[in-house]
Design a protein around this ligand. Structure first.
Ligand SMILES: Cc1cc2nc3c(=O)[nH]c(=O)nc-3n(C[C@H](O)[C@H](O)[C@H](O)COP(=O)(O)O)c2cc1C
Length: 336
C-alpha cells in the first residue's frame, strides 16, 4: 500500500488531501474523502464561529477519521481561529497571509498545523514556525495561486525546508505536499519523485458527486482541456478585490463571462463599484441557472485530466491505485 510520512503525521491511510476550497466544500465531501482514507478539509473562511463548531461536530458524527478545517489567514478573524481550536480540529489548514500568529495558537492548542505556500521562501518560514506539513501550491492550480509552477516549486520547497532546519534529520522535517495541476495517480507518482510526500487536490474534487457546486460547473470542468483556463485578476476585480490587495490572483475556466474582461482590466478597475457588483450579480445568477458560459468557474489546468464526475471516495481510491501502477512501471528505470 502506498503510504508516506505525511500519512503518519496526519494519521491518514493515503497521501491524498482535499483542498479546503471554501464554499466549494461541504461536510459530505469532507466525510467522503476522510472515510476513503485521505484527509477531508472543510473550507471554513466563510463560516461564522458557530457554523465552524457545528460543522466540526457534524463531521465527527459521521467519521472517526482525521479531518481538517481551512482558514485563509488574510480573510479570517481570531474568533474563527478560536472556534477551530476549541473544536480541537485534528488538522488546522491555513493559507494566504502571515502565518506566525496562527502557528503559535495552533501549537499552544496542540493542534496539527498544515500551511500552504507559493514560494520556497514561504515554505522555509512555515517550517521554522513549526508547520507539521507544508503544502507547496503551484501556478497550474485552480483558485488563488502564485506565480511558480508545481514542477520547480516542490523540490525547491523541500530543499528550502532542509536548509531552514539545519541539523534536523529528514524524518523530523515537515513533509511537503504538492498541489496545483494534479488530478490523478500520475500526478501523485510525479509528486513523490519531486520529493513530496503526498498531494492536495482541488479541481479534481470539484467534479465529484458530493461537491456543492452546480452540476453545470462540474460538467464544464470535465469538458475543459488543459488549455482552457486563465490566470487573471478579473474574477477578483469583480467579486473579491481583497485578494488583489494581498497580491494574489486566481485561475478560472476561460468562460465567455470572464474572457469578456480579460485584456480590459484597466477599464474594469475604473468602473463604479455598482457596475462591478452588477457583473458579479450576473455571474451569480448564471450559477443558479446553470449557464456555464456566463459564470466564473475557478479551476486548474488539470481540468484537462478530468473527464467524469465521480464519488469523492472513488477519486481517492483511483489516484492511489494509479500511482501504485505508475511506480511499479517505473521500477524498470531503477535497474532492479
Ligand atoms: C474553487 C476553489 C476554491 C478554493 N478555495 C480555497 C480556500 O478557501 N482555501 C485554500 O487553502 N485553498 C483554496 N483553493 C486552492 C486549493 O486548496 C488547491 O490549492 C488548488 O485547488 C490546487 O490546484 P488544483 O485545483 O489544480 O488541484 C481553492 C481552489 C478552488 C478551485
Amino acid at each position: 500500500m502506498l503510504t508516506t510520512r505525511v500519512c503518519d503525521v496526519l494519521g491518514i491511510e493515503h497521501p491524498v488531501i482535499l483542498g479546503g476550497m471554501g464554499s466549494a466544500t461541504n461536510v459530505d465531501l469532507v466525510v467522503a474523502v476522510s472515510e476513503a482514507g485521505g484527509l477531508g478539509v472543510l473550507g471554513a473562511t466563510g463560516l461564522s464561529p458557530d457554523q465552524i463548531r457545528d460543522s466540526a461536530a457534524q463531521i465527527r458524527a459521521r467519521t472517526s477519521r482525521p479531518f481538517g478545517l481551512n482558514l485563509l489567514i488574510a480573510f479570517t478573524t481570531g474568533e474563527q481561529l478560536d472556534a477551530c481550536l476549541q473544536a480541537r480540529v485534528p488538522v488546522l489548514s491555513t493559507a494566504w497571509g502571515d502565518p506566525a500568529a496562527y502557528a503559535a495558537r495552533a501549537q499552544e492548542a496542540g493542534v496539527t498545523w498544515m500551511h500552504m505556500v507559493q514560494t520556497a521562501a514561504q515554505a522555509a518560514e512555515a517550517a521554522r514556525l513549526g508547520a507539521a506539513v507544508v503544502v507547496a501550491q503551484g501556478h497550474e492550480g485552480g483558485g488563488h495561486v502564485g506565480e511558480v509552477s508545481t514542477l520547480p516549486l516542490v523540490p525547491a520547497a523541500v530543499d528550502a525546508i532542509a536548509a531552514a532546519l539545519p541539523g534536523v534529520p529528514q524524518e523530523q522535517r515537515p513533509p511537503v505536499v504538492a498541489a496545483g495541476g494534479i488530478a490523478d495517480g500520475r500526478g501523485l507518482a510525479a509528486a513523490l519523485a519531486l520529493g513530496a510526500a503526498g498531494v492536495l487536490l482541488g479541481t479534481r474534487f470539484l467534479a465529484t458527486h458530493e461537491a456543492p457546486i452546480p452540476d453545470a460547473a462540474k460538467r464544464a470542468i470535465c469538458a475543459a482541456s488543459e488549455a482552457d483556463t486563465v490566470f487573471t485578476p478579473v474574477v477578483d476585480l469583480v467579486q473579491r478585490p481583497g485578494w488583489l490587495e494581498i497580491g494574489a490572483q486566481c485561475r478560472a475556466l476561460r468562460t465567455p463571462g470572464v474572457m469578456e474582461w480579460v485584456g480590459r482590466e484597466a477599464e474594469l478597475r475604473q468602473l463604479p463599484e455598482e457596475e462591478r457588483h452588477a457583473i458579479g450579480a450576473r455571474w451569480s445568477q448564471a450559477r443558479q441557472e446553470g449557464d456555464t458560459d456566463a459564470m466564473a468557474i475557478l479551476a486548474g489546468e488539470d481540468s484537462g485530466l478530468i473527464h467524469e464526475v465521480l464519488p469523492a471516495g472513488e477519486v481517492v481510491r483511483r489516484v492511489v491505485a494509479e500511482a501504485e501502477d505508475v511506480l511499479r512501471a517505473l521500477r524498470r528505470y531503477g535497474g532492479a
